[in-house]
Design a protein around this ligand. Structure first.
Ligand code: 2AM
Ligand code: CA
Ligand code: CA
Ligand code: CA
Length: 259
């Protein structure tokens, strides 16, 4: 099936999942469990949305592999073939506490390269998506390429864990920017870079399902998406991320890799 057709189908699933998530916010008795610590949560909706995507994928693409946060459906030992990467709710803590500032993300990779990707800003009903070679869109609007600019001309987003594990290098990078912004959803933070509302986003270690969708969209838009030290990301392991326009990216890497 052509990528455009797969994207059309995926768009239907993403829209339906978004509707389910908006509806779920009316549920006052949502089941919530702790995973590794009190800030690491999973709700019945994380599981339900992932199961919804998995059912659709298995029906339409039975030979594709699936990699989701809330349960690995296939043993993934390498990135060969078609792999769907799912984060049903990115920013679960926000979903529970703020009832906003979360997104739902799904991407399809072929042999390690992103071919299509969706990040749904559920509350704003903004679906960001990209198809390899066809550009990146927000709903029906094509996103403009971000012009290269210096970190000192824009804002920077950082992950919450970087605030508590603040290092001299992080401090130096953050001070260079006009200001720092935190949302608590890696997906929405990557969208801020794509839309040039922040100039860069840096994180501590994140898994494939946190980054694959933003990685595909950022790459398609011509942004630079690497590990924090400037080396290529590896979706088979956790990665500290740096995504930015080419100029800010270069400046930040030089601060992180210097002695
Ligand atoms: P999640 O909500 O899908 O878990 C802020 O917490 C950001 O970091 C979110 O994008 C969140 O994704 C991600 N994250 C990754 N690992 C996490 C963890 N162990 N606990 C909380 N958030 C985590
Ligand atoms: Ca999680
Ligand atoms: Ca996530
Ligand atoms: Ca999640």
């Amino acid at each position: 099936m052509e990528y455009e057709l797969i994207a059309e189908l995926t768009r239907e699933w993403v829209d339906e999942a978004g509707e389910m998530l908006r509806e779920s916010l009316k549920n006052t008795s949502l089941k919530i469990e702790e995973k590794t610590n009190p800030s690491d949560l999973v709700t019945e909706m994380d599981r339900a949305i992932e199961a919804f995507f998995v059912e659709k994928i298995q029906k339409h693409f039975p030979d594709h592999k699936i990699f989701g946060e809330e349960g690995t459906y296939d043993e993934i030992n390498d990135l060969s073939g078609f792999i769907w990467i799912i984060d049903p709710i990115d920013g679960t803590l926000n979903y529970v506490k703020q009832k906003s500032n979360f997104c739902s993300m799904i991407a399809l990779f072929k042999d390690g390269e992103g071919v299509l990707s969706f990040i749904n800003d559920v509350i704003h009903e903004d679906v960001y998506f990209g198809i390899k070679g066809k550009g990146v869109f927000c709903n029906d609007r094509r996103l403009e390429t971000v012009p290269p600019h210096s970190l000192n001309e824009g804002l920077i987003a950082i992950s919450t864990k970087m605030v508590t594990n603040e290092s001299e290098k992080t401090k130096e990078v953050v001070q260079e920017a006009l200001g720092v912004r935190l949302i608590g959803s890696a997906g929405l933070e990557m969208i801020q870079v794509l839309t040039n509302r922040v100039s860069a986003y840096i994180t501590n270690d994140l898994s494939a399902w946190d980054i694959a969708q933003g990685y595909m969209l950022a790459t398609e838009l011509g942004l630079t998406f690497t590990r924090r030290d400037g080396t290529p990301i590896n979706l088979m392991e956790k990665n500290p991320i740096l995504v930015a326009n080419s100029q800010a990216h270069k400046e930040i890497v030089s601060k992180f890799v210097k002695e």
